[in-house]
Ligand binder design. Sequence first.
Ligand SMILES: Cc1ncc(COP(=O)(O)O)c(C=O)c1O
Length: 311
Amino acid sequence: MGERGDHGVLEAIGDTPLIRLARVVPEGSAEVWLKFELANPTGSYKDRMALAMIEGAERRGELRPGMTVVEYTGGSTGSSLAFVCAVKGYRLRIVTSDAFATEKLRTMEAFGARLTVLPSEGGMITPGLLPRLITEAERIRDAEGAYWTDQFNNTDSVEGYRRIGDELLAQLPGGVDAFCGGIGTAGMIVGVARALREAGSAARIVALEPAGSPVITTGAGGPHHVEGLGVGFVPPLLALAGQDEVRAIDEREARAMSRRLARDEGVFAGTSTGLNVVGALALAAELGTGRTVVTVACDTGLKYLRGDLFG
Ligand SMILES: Cc1ncc(COP(=O)(O)O)c(C=O)c1O
């Protein structure tokens, strides 16, 4: 980014607070800190990657004024892309599904995106869903000569997420002993791991996935409803994370934690954030007092009000 003020509302992306969890962390555990990414303009850390993907394509001349952008998305990446495309004046075509929160589909439309909504199997995220979305996104790319951001293979996103790591290192001068986060595209964990490693941090990097679809830990996919995670295949970017470990987390525990975070900590976030905090609390119990665990509040609970997360 250039001088402050040059980029209008895009300036509001990033520089999120880092908050220490108080009530959900048992005695004898390490400190648990949460990077408060729901403070981004669309309420999700995806704003960082959407901006990085669009500006990366602009820099290389692959995306030019007047062009259309296309992506398949559960709606978080799509909301962020719709926001960035609205600011920069690109048309956006989105391929998504009724498996994902209505709030996200409506948000994308509010920013002016045109949606193709494919039917899911009973509202669940199943291993067959994403391949169908990809095929349709490719069709639109070819038919319209659109720029496909291709979030699962896009390494510009990693640069966007790197800032989360740079910021939290500045916010925690005492250092980080462990960092964990759920895997969708894996862009976030790769970006943060890169920042930590390049700064010489020896933090343990732990990748998390929903136990209902433990593709990374066991090779077997399944249905689940943790939006943004457990996509049914090992995301290509994960090979760049250099994680120390991958753990599967129970979805019921994740959902219960999202509710507890709202009531006991005032952190109103989505299901993947609950999952991240369940993972972080396990690491904090293992590491014990005097150590520091960091994870991420991925997105706002406002995106899930019509579903059963808080019902
Ligand atoms: C709500 C939510 N949480 C977590 C993730 C996972 O992030 P990443 O794709 O960087 O692995 C996503 C990504 O789709 C998401 O939408």
